[in-house]
Write a protein that binds this ligand. Structure first.
Ligand SMILES: Cc1cc2nc3c(=O)[nH]c(=O)nc-3n(C[C@H](O)[C@H](O)[C@H](O)COP(=O)(O)OP(=O)(O)OC[C@H]3O[C@@H](n4cnc5c(N)ncnc54)[C@H](O)[C@@H]3O)c2cc1C
Ligand code: SF4
Length: 560
């Protein structure tokens, strides 16, 4: 049937972490859903996690060739010869920044599943120290919801996604419904024990969306390693073969790929969204999809771009922007502070052929905790990701036989890299660039973001405290790194359609429902009121499920 003539209950834009959940939750409840996504269809036949690089034309060594069409996307470690055509062509889909404010908009995926195809899978709950951060230290705004509101939805998401982890009972990082933990290496166990003993800090297994137990026909991980190239056994969480597949197989979800959404369509008289206008990426023709409600899940920056491009007479500053807050408070995590070293007391045998555990370790936030002392230099906190294992001595000196021998001398390395909270600041914002359109004729974003004094003080401490912990664990040759990342590099952009109770100071309510247009929801990270220091995606998914349950209640009650 011609989709433009069909009336859906809900149109969901985007098939990634949030859109997959929105489509699944609604379609399995019996609603007719159109899942409109600008990617092409993903398939297991694209997955190359077991393909050796010698089978590739350029042996995965020709990054300059990839940069010709993807100069920004190639900055992302996960964009490689194996999968670069999953990523947007930066020349076709540009954005702009002021000259002195570099912003690296990586991870723009153009295939079903969005960023979940290539994500790092680290999955952490937020705590009330995060949801109520403003009450704790007086900066910014509290979220309009509490941990207890979201906890049941974290449970739902974790049980379906499958997250390996170790419960630790730490307030700052609430435990979840974990699958059995992947093992820690000897180096990691040593660090965990000594850091607990000397500082009382918690080093735990990274909580990662990789199965250790079969669920829903998905096999446990077999430790091959490069999940960012796909997984034929469906052992990591990628919405393409989980939530989206479930939505479609319910019989209630029509997936419309290659559809670049331009605008939300409105009935101005009734102040209701009526669907979306998109450009078909293949034919370049405009098309419409009509629905009783619109749920944007296109990734924070893309969804807000759609809202700005939907400005009309009633909402001249952008749809749902009566507050003027839309586009402001852009956040990402600051990275670039950490350390690495060697643990000579541990020996072992390096191995080139795996097993390759697709996970590492995590150091739980220990600064400015709910009941600990406050730092004089900055507010909020940071966590570390890292790992340690036995490796070859790649930097051995010499050449010939002596080099070969020295190379095989095992080195037990250990490293930590920080992820720090970024404060929500009005002056970090996005707007439409009036002078530029993408290849589909859609106006692009102009992004303004810098890190402030708080983030810079924090990243400096990350480098010092990482070195301090490694040294306390007995590491030698400890080198701290301090290269603060430019905004965008953590690929955790959130906050530009913030949630709040006061419609004059926020765009969305606690259910990610527009204060202005009641049948419009934005369920990606755009609604975050603050960014915490944990990776955002688990929270994005839990919030989305909660918001979709609210949408269904409101539809039943006749309010939407
Ligand atoms: C390399 C990498 C590593 C990461 N590691 C982690 C990690 O370890 N932990 C973590 O929590 N997060 C991680 N992230 C971030 C994580 O992937 C995102 O937070 C998450 O996927 C966001 O979900 P989303 O639904 O908002 O967007 P996405 O998952 O990106 O989905 C957005 C979807 O919308 C579609 N879309 C965009 N614009 C339009 C449009 N105009 N019209 C139609 N469709 C559109 C896209 O094609 C895509 O399908 C990582 C990201 C990358 C790239
Ligand atoms: S490491 Fe595990 S989850 Fe990742 S691709 Fe291999 S089997 Fe799949």
């Amino acid at each position: 049937m011609d989709q433009s003539k069909q009336q859906f209950d809900v149109v969901v834009v985007g098939s990634g972490a949030s859109g997959g959940w929105a489509a699944k939750r609604l379609a399995e409840a019996g609603l007719k859903v159109a899942l409109v996504d600008n990617g092409r269809k993903q398939s297991d036949s694209n997955f190359t996690e077991h393909m050796p690089s010698f089978q590739l034309k350029y042996r995965d060594q020709a990054s300059e060739l990839i940069r010709r069409t993807r100069p920004v996307q190639k900055d992302c470690y996960a964009c490689m010869e194996y999968n670069y055509d999953w990523f947007a062509n930066d020349l076709d889909e540009p954005y702009s920044t002021p000259k002195d404010m570099p912003f690296s908009w990586q991870g723009r995926l153009r295939i079903t599943g969005g960023r979940t195809n290539v994500w790092g899978r680290q999955s952490y709950r937020l705590s009330d120290l995060d949801f109520k951060a403003a009450s704790h230290d007086g900066y910014g705004e509290d979220w309009p919801l509490s941990y207890s509101d979201l906890a049941p939805y974290y449970d739902i998401v974790e049980e379906y996604v499958g997250i390996t982890g170790i419960p630790e009972g730490v307030y700052e990082l609430p435990d979840g419904k974990f699958q059995p933990p992947m093992g820690l290496t000897c180096a990691e166990t040593l660090l965990r024990n000594r850091v607990k003993e000397k500082f009382g800090r918690t080093v735990t297994l990274g909580r990662s969306a990789n199965l250790t137990k079969s669920i829903n026909g998905r096999a446990p991980c077999h430790y091959c390693g490069p999940c960012e190239r796909g997984c034929v056994t469906h052992s990591y969480f990628n919405s393409a073969f989980t939530t989206v597949a479930d939505a479609v197989s319910s019989g209630n979800c029509t997936h419309i790929p290659d559809a670049m959404v331009y605008q939300v369509l409105m009935d101005g008289d009734r102040n209701r969204a009526t669907g979306v206008l998109y450009i078909d990426r293949i034919t370049r023709q405009p098309q419409e999809v009509r629905a009783r409600a619109v749920v944007l899940c296109a990734q924070a920056l893309e969804s807000v771009r759609v809202l700005f491009n939907s400005a009309n007479r009633q909402y001249p500053a952008g749809l749902g922007n009566s507050s003027g807050v839309l586009g402001h408070y852009l956040m990402d995590h600051i990275t670039g502070g950490g350390a690495n070293g060697e643990l000579p007391e541990l020996t072992g045998k390096p191995n080139l052929n795996g097993p390759n555990r697709p996970d590492g370790i995590y150091v739980v936030r220990f600064r400015n905790t709910h009941d600990g002392p406050r730092s004089k230099n900055f507010i909020r906190g940071y966590g570390f990701q890292g790992g340690g294992d036995v490796g070859f001595n790649w930097s051995a000196p010499g050449f010939g036989a002596a080099y070969k021998k020295a190379l095989l001398d095992p080195i037990t390395g250990i490293g930590l890299g920080g992820f720090g909270e970024c404060l929500a600041r009005w002056e970090n914002y996005v707007e439409i660039d009036r002078n530029r359109v993408d290849t589909y004729g859609i106006p692009v974003l102009n992004i303004h973001m810098t890190y402030g004094e708080n983030e810079m003080a924090m990243v400096k401490e990350m480098a010092d405290s990482a070195a301090e912990m490694l040294e306390a664990a007995g590491a030698k040759n400890v080198r701290s790194t301090l290269r603060p990342s430019a905004p965008g590099w953590a690929i955790h952009e959130v906050g530009i359609a913030r949630m709040g109770n006061d419609p004059r100071k926020s765009v969305l309510n606690q259910f990610q429902q527009s204060h202005d247009v009641k049948n419009l929801f934005v369920c990606d990270g755009a609604g975050f009121t603050s960014t915490a220091c944990q990776n955002p995606t688990l929270t994005i998914m839990a919030l989305c499920v909660r918001s979709m349950d609210h949408l269904m209640q409101e539809m039943k009650a006749g309010n939407v």
